[in-house]
Design a protein around this ligand. Structure first.
Ligand code: ADP
Length: 273
């Protein structure tokens, strides 16, 4: 009888534990949803005043340049700060759409070789001082169906990391290769590198390798770029890999699937006699 009583007490204890875990899980799910909604609302609300601030500073910039005002450098630093806030707001919007399951792709047919070349050009011309980028692209087009804007976001993010975590003027290599069922884009730098024990964390939200920004004097960044890039690449059915040696540099590879070409059916086979 004593054993049965003990068993009953244990079962009751297990049931109340189960209830507590269930209630705590429900509370956490609710709190998480509220957090996602808050991030989404706050970043949406920030976008409009930020856009008007950006517009006004651009207007002011043109006026100050025309009047050869000595205030131009202060305005340029203001514009840089606005750009940084804009990157953060866009990253937060991306995060909330990922978390809320609203992250969808708008795929379009395109030539990846062309796309990479124009992204590199856009990045070089839009960055001061212009980074040194050596591109190695195949001569033949690579036809694929991707979300051009989102994949572009990944490439620009990897290029800007390669520049941010290297000495000014260090060369960056961009290599695109077609394989049998995939194509691979490699972005290589000779920067500060990442210690092996940090590598598993760099794709986590808000994770930044301690000291990497100090080494290069670049303090900008929120640890969101690689997390978002990984989500974008995986939603295309691909993967992102990294190899890195501290003080020697890093190499990030995007491996993406080529479209599956249907085998010709009998009716489409050309017979020659
Ligand atoms: P951040 O905005 O901080 O650059 P990311 O998510 O893009 O965020 O990167 C996460 C962290 O990984 C960075 O803070 C940096 O410490 C490290 N990292 C990313 N790319 C490189 C690179 N090319 N070289 C060295 N460290 C890098």
């Amino acid at each position: 009888r004593q054993v049965t009583q003990q068993q009953q007490a244990l079962e009751q204890h297990a049931r109340s534990l189960e209830m507590t875990v269930l209630e705590r899980t429900k509370e956490l799910v609710k709190a998480n949803a509220a957090k996602d909604e808050f991030i989404s609302m706050a970043s949406h609300e920030l976008r409009t005043p930020l856009a008007s601030l950006k517009g006004m500073t651009q207007l002011l910039h043109r006026r100050l340049i025309r009047s050869k005002s000595p205030e131009v450098p202060s305005l340029v630093s203001m514009e840089n700060s606005i750009r940084r806030i804009e990157v953060l707001v866009n990253d937060l919007l991306n995060i909330s759409s990922i978390e809320m399951g609203l992250f969808d792709l708008h795929r379009q047919k395109c030539d990846i070789v062309d796309l990479i070349q124009s992204l590199v050009d856009e990045y070089v011309f839009g960055t001061n001082p212009h980074p040194v980028i050596h591109t190695y692209l195949p001569p033949e087009p690579i036809e694929a169906e991707v979300d051009i804007e989102r994949l572009g976001q990944v490439v620009i993010n990897l290029l800007s990391n390669a520049r941010k975590y290297s000495k000014v003027g260090s060369p960056i290599e961009v290599i695109l290769q077609k394989q049998e069922q995939t194509y691979c884009l490699i972005i290589k730098d000779v920067g500060v590198g990442i210690p092996a024990n940090e590598l598993p964390m760099i794709f986590d939200r808000f994770y930044r390798v301690p000291g990497n920004d100090v080494q290069t004097g670049s303090s900008t960044g929120f640890g969101l770029g690689l997390y978002i890039s990984k989500q974008i690449v995986e939603s295309h059915g691909g993967r992102i890999e990294v190899e890195s040696v501290p003080k020697q540099g890093s190499s990030f590879s995007l491996i993406l699937p080529l479209p599956i070409i249907a085998a010709p059916t009998d009716s489409s086979t050309i017979h020659t006699t």
